[in-house]
Design a binder for this molecule. Structure first.
Ligand SMILES: [Zn+2]
Length: 106
Protein backbone atom coordinates (compact mmCIF):
# COMPACT_ATOMS: atom_id res chain seq x y z
CA UNK A 1 0.00 0.00 0.00
CA UNK A 2 1.45 3.38 -1.05
CA UNK A 3 1.37 6.52 1.09
CA UNK A 4 -1.57 7.97 -0.87
CA UNK A 5 -3.67 4.89 -0.33
CA UNK A 6 -2.66 4.67 3.32
CA UNK A 7 -3.83 8.29 3.76
CA UNK A 8 -7.10 7.43 2.06
CA UNK A 9 -7.67 4.49 4.42
CA UNK A 10 -6.77 6.63 7.43
CA UNK A 11 -9.25 9.32 6.37
CA UNK A 12 -11.96 6.75 5.72
CA UNK A 13 -11.37 5.23 9.16
CA UNK A 14 -11.54 8.66 10.82
CA UNK A 15 -14.78 9.50 9.02
CA UNK A 16 -16.29 6.19 10.10
CA UNK A 17 -15.32 6.79 13.75
CA UNK A 18 -16.73 10.35 13.72
CA UNK A 19 -19.94 9.11 12.15
CA UNK A 20 -20.28 6.38 14.76
CA UNK A 21 -19.42 8.58 17.76
CA UNK A 22 -21.07 11.90 16.86
CA UNK A 23 -23.23 11.05 13.86
CA UNK A 24 -21.34 13.82 12.04
CA UNK A 25 -18.82 13.95 9.24
CA UNK A 26 -15.52 15.80 9.56
CA UNK A 27 -16.96 18.49 7.27
CA UNK A 28 -20.04 18.90 9.49
CA UNK A 29 -17.86 19.28 12.60
CA UNK A 30 -15.73 21.83 10.78
CA UNK A 31 -18.91 23.71 9.85
CA UNK A 32 -19.96 23.79 13.54
CA UNK A 33 -16.57 25.24 14.48
CA UNK A 34 -16.91 27.84 11.73
CA UNK A 35 -20.40 28.73 12.95
CA UNK A 36 -18.84 29.36 16.39
CA UNK A 37 -16.43 31.79 14.75
CA UNK A 38 -13.51 29.31 14.70
CA UNK A 39 -13.09 29.68 18.46
CA UNK A 40 -13.86 27.59 21.54
CA UNK A 41 -17.58 27.77 22.27
CA UNK A 42 -16.89 28.44 25.95
CA UNK A 43 -13.78 30.56 26.45
CA UNK A 44 -13.40 31.96 22.95
CA UNK A 45 -9.77 30.99 22.40
CA UNK A 46 -8.75 30.44 18.80
CA UNK A 47 -6.36 27.66 19.82
CA UNK A 48 -7.50 24.14 20.69
CA UNK A 49 -4.66 23.98 23.27
CA UNK A 50 -3.95 20.44 22.21
CA UNK A 51 -1.82 18.68 19.66
CA UNK A 52 -4.85 16.55 18.91
CA UNK A 53 -6.90 19.54 17.82
CA UNK A 54 -10.37 20.64 18.88
CA UNK A 55 -12.61 18.58 21.11
CA UNK A 56 -16.11 17.67 20.09
CA UNK A 57 -18.25 17.99 23.18
CA UNK A 58 -21.29 15.77 23.04
CA UNK A 59 -24.04 14.53 25.29
CA UNK A 60 -23.16 11.00 26.38
CA UNK A 61 -26.84 10.02 26.60
CA UNK A 62 -28.12 11.28 23.28
CA UNK A 63 -24.82 11.54 21.41
CA UNK A 64 -25.80 15.02 20.22
CA UNK A 65 -22.93 17.43 19.66
CA UNK A 66 -23.15 20.40 22.02
CA UNK A 67 -20.21 22.30 20.56
CA UNK A 68 -16.54 22.36 19.77
CA UNK A 69 -14.30 23.16 22.71
CA UNK A 70 -10.63 23.70 23.47
CA UNK A 71 -8.95 21.01 25.56
CA UNK A 72 -9.04 23.08 28.74
CA UNK A 73 -12.77 23.79 28.60
CA UNK A 74 -13.60 20.24 27.61
CA UNK A 75 -11.55 18.89 30.53
CA UNK A 76 -13.04 21.45 32.92
CA UNK A 77 -16.68 20.61 32.26
CA UNK A 78 -15.74 16.93 32.32
CA UNK A 79 -14.37 17.33 35.84
CA UNK A 80 -17.76 18.76 36.81
CA UNK A 81 -19.49 15.71 35.30
CA UNK A 82 -21.13 17.98 32.70
CA UNK A 83 -23.50 19.00 35.51
CA UNK A 84 -24.84 22.55 35.01
CA UNK A 85 -25.95 22.73 38.64
CA UNK A 86 -22.48 21.92 39.93
CA UNK A 87 -20.91 24.41 37.50
CA UNK A 88 -23.34 27.10 38.71
CA UNK A 89 -22.43 26.33 42.32
CA UNK A 90 -18.74 26.67 41.42
CA UNK A 91 -19.39 30.06 39.77
CA UNK A 92 -21.35 31.29 42.79
CA UNK A 93 -18.60 30.04 45.09
CA UNK A 94 -15.96 32.01 43.17
CA UNK A 95 -18.09 35.15 42.95
CA UNK A 96 -19.01 34.99 46.62
CA UNK A 97 -15.34 34.77 47.56
CA UNK A 98 -14.59 37.88 45.51
CA UNK A 99 -17.45 39.73 47.23
CA UNK A 100 -16.36 38.65 50.72
CA UNK A 101 -12.65 39.07 50.23
CA UNK A 102 -12.52 42.13 52.48
CA UNK A 103 -14.34 40.40 55.32
CA UNK A 104 -11.20 38.50 56.22
CA UNK A 105 -13.15 35.42 57.17
CA UNK A 106 -10.23 33.10 56.65
ZN1 LIG B 1 -12.08 26.90 25.76
Amino acid sequence: MGPAQREKVRRYDRQRKLRKKYNKSEEELRAILKQQGDVCRLCGTDSPNSKYGWHTDHCSETGRVRGILCRRCNTAIGHFNHDPKLLRVAAIYLEAFDLNVEDGEF
